[in-house]
Design a protein around this ligand. Structure first.
Ligand SMILES: Cc1cc2nc3c(=O)[nH]c(=O)nc-3n(C[C@H](O)[C@H](O)[C@H](O)COP(=O)(O)O)c2cc1C
Length: 437
């Protein structure tokens, strides 16, 4: 984990890696010593649920799970939905490529997240809430189990919390290690004991009909980890960092041909060039920047180096922030091979229930493989583009559209490189010995 920002919110109260506790260490005292659970105490003892929702709305916080939906608005919908019982579900499925920000947040501070869930549950009226965690995050699950026990021991979870009438149980639900299992309705299926297959939306959304038919607030780990800070310091304080429409910080997962890959907490709206040079310490071996691939979104190129990495700016540029995973390609790294890698991921992760998704992701990957292997024809490129235009918006969830955005964007930006693979029947970036230049 790399903390290079002066604006850290989420990682300010983390425990330095040097004295990272073993699984046996007690965390809660460290957390409480750094003002931990003060926000939950304030929320439950001094604030009405509506006041908390107003503060979250004022902060302008947007979901960190990929869509950037306004968090306060979602809380208001769940709080106002008809139903005796409600639930909060923290999404730590994190099955997306090249992403490990949620894992980092859980490792560095499980109590910050639990505190966020407690406040969210109180605000929307939930008494049974869930932590939905990627099953491969075994150590993190152990940390969370331990932290939940500690919180229960100190009276932050359980019956009549902190002497109030509010009671809450939080359960851990292991999430299958499949990308699609992170989609919010697939998550509900898993919690109810079925396979991870998304629903068609509309008519039902988790906010009005979620776990066991009850209104359910689904928020990402990063979203909920911001909540204690907003409650303690106020929405205005939170929105001082970032831009008006994109307040706060974001955890960027920086990978690829970079000197210092890692997780960086930076204000939303930080430029791509700053992320690469200040945080990533530039490209490996002095290579020139070629592209940044963002899972489920159109890649960025050299002309985007000064683009602000936030929801609005990237949307305007025909891309998207998603969960802020940035895979950097230097010159010499093949755009076709990278596109194929992303495309194969979507093919493998399609759950198979929607024929357009199953066939669209598979056909794109097969044709890209053909081009990468040097057997492609120019008509294959047109066929891929045709699949893209027919597939966009199809399927029950966004998986197919995400696959299309990556492939379509890569062809738009690197058409010459795709064509060169077809004409030269090999990767033009490889020397005759087969080594990448
Ligand atoms: C295929 C697919 C996979 C997803 N995976 C995740 C995930 O791993 N974690 C996550 O928080 N959201 C994921 N989402 C988005 C969730 O459906 C949901 O919008 C999000 O958890 C809401 O939280 P937020 O409002 O705090 O961003 C995924 C969506 C799709 C379509």
């Amino acid at each position: 984990m790399n903390n290079v920002s002066d604006h850290r919110v989420l990682l300010t109260r983390d425990i330095p890696m040097s004295d990272f506790p073993s699984l046996e260490t007690i965390f809660i005292d460290m957390y409480v010593a750094k003002n931990g659970y003060k926000a939950a105490t304030k929320a439950l003892q001094e604030m009405k649920p509506g006041d908390i929702i107003e503060e979250v709305k004022k902060s302008g916080l947007r979901g960190r799970g990929g869509g950037g939906f306004p968090t306060g608005k979602k809380w208001e919908m769940v709080a106002g939905a008809a139903g005796e019982e409600k639930h909060v579900c923290c999404n730590a499925a994190e099955g997306e490529q090249e992403t490990f920000k949620d894992r980092c947040l859980i490792r560095s501070n499980p109590h910050q997240l639990i505190e966020g869930i407690i406040i969210a549950s109180y605000a929307v009226g939930a008494h049974v809430s869930y932590l939905y965690v990627n099953e491969n995050y075994r150590e993190e699950i152990t940390l969370l189990e331990k932290a939940l026990k500690e919180a229960q021991g100190k009276g932050y979870i359980g019956k009549k919390i902190l002497g109030t009438d509010f009671s809450l149980d939080i359960h851990i639900q292991k999430c299958p290690d499949q990308y699609v299992a992170g989609e919010e309705t697939a998550m509900i299926e898993v919690i109810e004991g079925r396979a991870a297959k998304p629903w068609q939306k509309p008519p039902y959304y988790p906010a009005n009909r979620g776990i066991y038919g009850n209104p359910t607030l689904v928020n990402n780990t990063g979203t909920l980890s911001n909540i204690p800070h907003i409650v303690l310091k106020g929405g205005d304080w939170f929105s001082q960092v970032g831009s008006r429409q994109n307040p706060g910080t974001m955890l960027f997962t920086l990978t690829g041909d970079i000197n210092r890959p890692g997780i960086y907490e930076l204000p939303l709206g930080t430029t791509l060039s700053k992320l690469i040079s200040n945080c990533g310490n530039g490209l490996k071996d002095g290579r020139r920047f070629k592209a940044a691939f963002l899972p489920g979104n159109s890649p960025l190129t050299e002309s985007h180096l000064e683009i602000r990495l936030d929801f609005e700016s990237l949307k305007e540029a025909g891309s998207g922030l998603g969960c802020a995973a940035v895979t950097v390609l230097g010159d010499g790294t093949c755009a076709v091979a990278t596109t194929l890698k992303f495309s194969r991921f979507f093919m493998n992760e399609s759950c198979g229930q929607c024929p357009p998704c199953q066939m669209g992701t598979a056909n794109m990957a097969i044709l890209l493989q053909k081009i990468e292997d040097g057997h492609g024809k120019i008509e294959d490129l047109a066929a891929i583009e045709n699949i893209c235009s027919l597939s966009k918006g199809q399927g029950y969830c966004q998986l197919l559209s995400g696959a299309v955005f990556v492939v379509e964007g890569a062809i738009r930006h690197f058409r010459k490189e795709f064509e060169a693979h077809i004409h030269e029947k090999r990767c033009p970036l490889q020397s005759s010995s087969g080594n990448t230049l």
